[in-house]
Design a protein around this ligand. Structure first.
Ligand code: NZQ
Ligand code: ZN
Length: 389
């Protein structure tokens, strides 16, 4: 194993009824005013809003609502939320939703406590801030991003058409309430897309140095097999609680920093997807489903050792009679077959994007990472985007 420092400060409560069991006690540690942040209305339809609001009211909290946070949250909304948090002297932000609401909540928690321009000094540049954000708690209603267990916030700045992420450990939620039953109302395609996002996170970590046997890759292989099993079960029966609860914890395990320990990390597919999303507002998991096989077909021979291991250990592809390169390619095709099996999109057209997309401009804006096996150039990115049409 390579050297590392590990810390994860989020306290997780997992299981049926965790909000009713624990939220009131957790709220007692914070001041009177709570910003209740949520999305476009799913929490009202599912009954989660009523349940949480009743707990807040009974606890005697003054509730400041910040609602209508859309998928792929924007910096403009972050600034709006931060202004409201300042004006109302908010003591705790409670973000109730999926990755977009949690990320927006984290970004508001930073912007509300920062005097400068938090986009310029944090998202546009790495690692230049040092301050304590407003406390944040999260209640997850859609799992997949893993945002509940890290300090990452992915924000779109529409003015400059950049969607980017940063992980600021002090932005980790103080507590995360994970009730799998809260996710049962998620529409089937969204559930599968978000589950694929989890698989993508594990792959982006796994397909990077070191290639020697190590604990992080061992856990990643177990997670990938589990995610595939649980997505199959949830696709067959979306109300399967066992599958849905496994997917919820797999989502957190993929992004709570544990499997990143000692790893270089790739995340090139994510960088491409983020810019695709900045230009098209497509769903994150859906964009990743289209991009991953195309990207991996391009790089798998350079990382043949790891890709062939992926084929054998995750997809049970028989090694006999195949060279390492053939096995590596077979692993990528097993992934592509799985994406088709789930009914996720395999092209931009299936994703519902228009034929005319500014692909060259998107390619120009993609951040190139150093951690994967491909080390793409801007022209490689453009070729990948073209092949996704
Ligand atoms: O807005 P509402 O009405 O709540 O509907 C949402 C939204 O339309 C709906 N939904 C959520 N919970 C539901 C539900 N519908 C029915 N029942 C429920 N219980 O689902 C839709 C999508 O929600 P969103 O939060 O956008 O999805 P997701 O969790 O996939 O988050 C995507 C965002 O997270 C970022 C992505 O880039 C994207 O912006 N990511 C964040 C990461 C992180 N912080 O660590 C890592 C990821 O790689 C990712 O980039
Ligand atoms: Zn993701």
């Amino acid at each position: 194993m390579n050297d590392f420092v590990f810390e994860n400060s989020t306290k997780v409560y997992f299981g049926r009824g965790v909000a009713k069991k624990h939220l009131a006690r957790l709220l007692a540690d914070y001041g009177k005013t709570v910003m209740l942040a949520f999305g476009g209305g799913s929490v009202r339809r599912s009954g989660v809003y009523d349940e949480i609001r009743a707990i807040l009211d009974t606890a005697g909290k003054t509730v400041v609502e910040f609602s209508g946070i859309k998928p792929n949250p924007t910096y403009a909304r972050v600034l709006e939320g931060a202004a409201l948090a300042r004006e109302r002297n908010v003591d705790l932000i409670l973000a109730v939703g999926g990755g977009s609401v949690m990320d927006c909540g984290k970004a508001i928690s930073m912007a509300a406590r920062y005097d400068g321009d938090v986009w310029d000094d944090f998202w546009a540049r790495r690692g230049t801030v040092d301050f304590e954000p407003l406390p944040l708690g999260v209640i997850v209603t859609l799992c997949g991003t893993g945002s509940e267990c890290n300090g990452g916030a992915v924000i779109t700045n529409e003015a400059v058409r950049i969607k980017t992420d940063r992980d600021y450990p002090r932005c980790n939620a103080r507590f995360a309430l994970l009730d799998p039953a809260y996710t049962l109302s998620v529409p089937r395609l969204q559930m599968l897309a978000s589950g694929f996002d989890t698989l993508s996170h594990v792959m982006e970590i796994y397909f990077s140095a070191p290639d020697e046997e190590n604990v992080s890759d061992d856990i990643s292989e177990a997670l990938m097999r589990g995610i595939v099993r649980d997505l199959r079960a949830a696709a067959r029966d979306p109300q399967d609680y066992e599958a849905r609860s496994n997917l919820m914890w797999e989502s957190s395990m993929a992004e709570n920093r544990i499997i990143k320990l000692g790893k270089k990390l790739d995340f090139q597919a994510h960088m491409i997807e983020h810019q695709l999303s900045a230009y098209t507002d497509c769903g994150h998991g859906l964009g990743l489903a289209v991009l991953h096989p195309v990207y991996y077909r391009r790089i798998c021979e350079k990382g043949a050792q790891k890709f062939s291991r992926f084929a054998r250990r995750v997809w049970d592809v028989p090694a006999e009679g195949r060279t390492e390169t053939e096995l590596a390619r077979a692993g990528v095709e097993a992934l592509a077959d799985f994406i088709r099996e789930l009914g996720l999109p395999t092209s931009f057209r299936e994703l519902g994007l228009p034929d005319e997309l500014p692909l060259a401009e998107i390619a120009d804006s993609v951040e190139l990472t150093e951690g994967g096996y491909g080390h793409l150039t801007r022209d490689d990115v453009l070729a990948i985007l073209e092949a996704c049409r």
